[in-house]
Design a binder for this molecule. Structure first.
Ligand code: F6P
Length: 561
């Protein structure tokens, strides 16, 4: 197979990028009154406007041709049918099965669909028990607080969804009976800040770890157990306060959680794609099973669209291809994602892991070094806050950043502050417009002269007020943020990430890069605890050894200052 950069359409895209280099993005609108409708797609309750990108029909044609050269459709089919596309771990990638309603799906001779249905039913029973107050703490009290202990994919997705779908106006005991908290950081502060206001008698811990070997999660879980024993005054009845979500039955048992309290997750579900499984138990406990099912339904709608819509009208495909255009041909190194929605304040943190852990790779599936760039840096914050933090750099910094804006047309139903919403939406539209159009020298000067400045003063100030424009963005809109539209939004990004990984020819589903730091931390923690010289390998760099030494000396009260 030729390398991606050796493909004909790659070359053509390079030529297109060179010829568009001097074209102001805004001018593409002047020459095409149909541009907005030409470059927009509606699917699964979402509307995507991608017209504010430096694209032409020719570019889109070349991107689509590249996708077909890379046999994207076959790669999509391979994922959905359970082929072991995670080749370094020899695993299928089937988070889509978790939200599917297919009758059966065979993986390695096992039909996974009955497993999915059975696990969902188990979750449903458990969630109903907890939310109805039938599940009691060891002292007989109903559960009021759930603490999910997990990190990475066992934290970011569920936490983001719980925040997004929480209804602060609903304090009804029957509709919102439990509050779900998330503890991830091994920094004891995180656990402390979470537990300080909780009562052990009415607290349930969900230890969520696919591997059940993750240092942060096990450290927090052990401390949570200690705290609970202290709160209860005994270690009797802990089983009423601890459940686990893990594929590692032995480690869960060793920790002391009974098999009956373990929810399953399978090796064909990647951590960062797992919120649709029992890893989403916190989501279901917070909002109920009906809401969780609506989340699944939204994702299912997006999957259906991804599988059936023609490539040129396919939202994840187009979003993925635009990302490749920006990254590889316009050389834009980062993607800022800004939901104009406080409920989605954690969305960019979630997406950061989903995208960067998936596509932050530099070798192809067959281990060859890649000559091209892969995942951009993904970052962002909720709008309008981000506007007052980092948008200056996007408007006037000397490197282009691509942006995705996300906004709901309507605010939360029944919000007493719904009258704020037009201002929120207007700011979203305005940022995208300002990034694209910018402000020319002549526009700046005439404004300054109109404001009464002299020609000389205007000339001096003008360079500081010019905005180059030409910064590309996508805008994603939905009528309302609901469990269903959120499910579709998450699935959209999951599939977009897949499209990009498929074209780049990388394995989007392993994460070996995270391993080394974990291994080194385990060695360093031993060295930090030792009495003698730091027991670090002799060839260890002097910086690491020196930091350990200083740590130990400081604790021993002789920092040498
Ligand atoms: O951060 C690395 C990682 O391996 C992620 O891929 C994963 O989501 C996270 O650790 C947590 O892993 P686990 O669920 O096994 O504790």
């Amino acid at each position: 197979m030729p390398s991606l950069s050796a493909r004909e359409n790659w070359r053509l895209l390079g030529e297109s990028a060179a010829s568009l280099e001097e074209t102001p993005l805004a001018s593409l609108f002047a020459t095409d009154p149909q541009r907005f409708s030409r470059y927009s797609i509606e699917a699964a309750g979402l509307f995507l406007d991608y017209s504010k990108n430096l694209i032409t029909e020719e570019v889109i044609g070349q991107l689509l041709a590249l996708a077909s050269e890379c046999e994207l459709a076959d790669q999509v089919a391979a994922m959905f049918s359970g082929q072991p596309i995670n080749t370094t771990e020899q695993r299928a990638v089937l988070h889509t099965a978790l939200r599917s309603q297919a009758d059966s799906l065979m993986v390695d001779g096992t039909d996974v669909m009955p497993l999915v249905r059975e696990q969902l039913a188990r979750m449903g029973r458990f969630v109903d028990q907890v939310r109805s107050g039938q599940w009691r703490g060891s002292g007989g009290r109903p559960i009021t607080d759930v603490v999910n202990i997990g990190i990475g994919g066992s934290d970011l997705g569920p936490k983001m969804v719980v925040e997004a779908l929480a209804d602060p106006t609903d304090s009804g005991v029957n509709t919102n009976p439990v509050k779900v908290h998330f503890v991830s950081n091994v920094d004891g502060e995180h656990l402390l800040q979470t537990l300080v206001n909780l009562d052990g008698q009415s607290t349930l811990f969900v230890v969520t770890s696919k591997t059940f070997t993750t240092l942060e999660t096990l450290t927090n879980a052990r401390s949570a157990r200690r705290w609970l024993v202290d709160q209860l005054g005994s270690d009797q009845g802990l089983e009423q306060h601890f459940v686990a979500v893990s594929s590692n039955a032995a480690a869960v048992a060793e920790f002391g959680i009974a098999e009956a309290n373990r929810f399953e997750i399978w090796d064909w579900v990647g951590g960062r794609y797992s919120l649709w499984s029992a890893v989403g138990l916190g989501i279901a406990l917070a909002g109920g099973m009906e809401q969780f099912n609506a989340l699944l339904a939204g994702a299912r709608r997006m999957d259906h669209h991804f599988l059936t819509a023609p490539m040129e009208q396919n939202m994840p495909v187009i979003l993925g291809l635009i990302g490749i255009w920006n990254r590889n041909f316009l050389d834009i190194p980062s993607l800022m994602v800004m939901p104009y929605d406080q409920r989605l304040a954690s969305f960019s943190a979630y997406l950061q892991q989903a995208d960067m852990e998936s596509n932050g790779k530099s070798v192809t599936l067959d281990g060859q070094p890649l000559a091209i760039k892969t995942a951009p840096v993904v970052w962002g914050a909720a709008g309008t806050n981000g506007q007052h933090a980092y948008m200056q750099l996007l408007h006037q910094g000397n490197e282009r950043v691509a942006s995705d804006f996300i906004v709901a047309i309507q605010p939360r139903e029944g919000s007493p502050f719904a009258d704020h919403h037009p201002a929120l939406v207007a700011n979203c539209f305005a940022q995208a417009e300002a990034l694209m159009v910018g402000r020319s020298r002549s526009a700046v000067e005439s404004r300054l002269l109109a404001d009464g400045l002299s020609q000389a003063a205007a000339g001096q100030l003008a360079p500081h007020l010019i905005m180059p424009g030409g910064r590309p963005s996508n805008t994603l809109m939905m009528e309302r943020l609901t469990a269903e539209t959120l499910g579709a939004l998450i699935a959209l990004y999951e599939q977009k990430i897949f499209v990009q990984g498929a074209l780049w020819g990388i394995n989007s589903f392993d994460q070996w890069g995270v391993e080394l730091g974990k291994k080194l931390a385990a060695e360093i923690i031993d060295a930090m605890a030792g009495d003698g010289e730091p027991d670090l390998a002799a060839d260890r760099d002097s910086s690491t050894a020196g930091l350990v030494q200083r740590y130990r000396q400081t604790l021993a009260g002789r920092s040498g200052d």
